[in-house]
Design a protein around this ligand. Sequence first.
Ligand code: SF4
Ligand code: SF4
Length: 353
Amino acid sequence: MLWIIHTTGKCNLKCSYCGGSIPEELMPWKPRYSARELKKLIDSDPDPTIIFYGGEPLLNPDFIMEVMDSIEARFGVQTNGTLPHLLPEYYWKRMDTVLLSIDGVEWLTDKYRGKGVYRRVLSTAKWLSEFCNCRRIARMTVTRDTCIYRDVIHLLELGPFTHVHWQLNVVWSSKWPFLEWAKNRYLRGIANLVQYMAGKLVDGEIPGIIPFLGVLTAEKTGGWGHIPCGAGLRSFSIATDGRILACPIAIGEKWATLGNIWSGIEKVIRIDYVSPNCLSCDYFKWCGGRCLYSLYEKYWGDEGQKEICWVTKRTIDHILKLVPLIDRLSKKGVISWDEILYDPLMDSTEVIP
Ligand code: SF4
Ligand code: SF4
């Protein structure tokens, strides 16, 4: 299972997407439970992955070290990438996956995350690439300023990132002309990225474009059967006050509290409780309902949700065009499906942007 551990609600940046630190009353800035209590909970899981999360998780390095010293697990961190020196190299070397927030080219990243952030994140990624054998995932937020082809290729070709993943800035932000933008720009960029991936596959290379790897995995394995991030069923977040949450974003929503660190997981959430429509959707196999939070909260209303679903479906259509090519190449032994298969629970990614 995936365990997302909030080490603090505090953050040193004020990105436009979330505005910085989470108020202390919602997410205390230090855990109110011990690493030993966390171990008791996680010990029942035979195959745990622990991802440290914030705020900015590196603002509480002591807790990260305590947890890594007391629990056997796969480890990772979702960080803004500006404070790597706060954690000793010994612990970085033990990370299996590091997700670094960066949106694409320099001006774009700095516009939304602050001046100089791009260079700091890139320097962290380069530094990690010198000694840490971890996956280094560039984690983008995609806005109307993003050119998905330009920005994904830019990050992939920089060198230190092994993978790129993105999430659309929909639902949480106020409504913007998303559908128009997607039709005019985003989906064309996705089609171009599919062409790029096809060219690399023919050469026997598999670019680490996570949404593509995820959708192709669902095609090959029969589908997720639930939200790909696992929220509320295969993935649980532990807030600093000890609550167990279905999703790390849903820190104040009643539906998301599933138990607490002392009493354990008291209930889980299945997609059929939340969105029966998804079960009868032709794209459920690959999409899995996309995002539990957005299905519950629907900040953009039913119409907005329909727009997001339409864009999701067209994105999946583009990605699935790669399937016959991969079948042919795997028959010839150029690549194999095993190299494509991707498990989002190992990295705390969402698969569907
Ligand atoms: S495309 Fe929309 S309706 Fe279909 S599974 Fe995804 S979220 Fe559900
Ligand atoms: S995809 Fe949605 S439900 Fe899953 S972790 Fe992200 S916000 Fe939460």
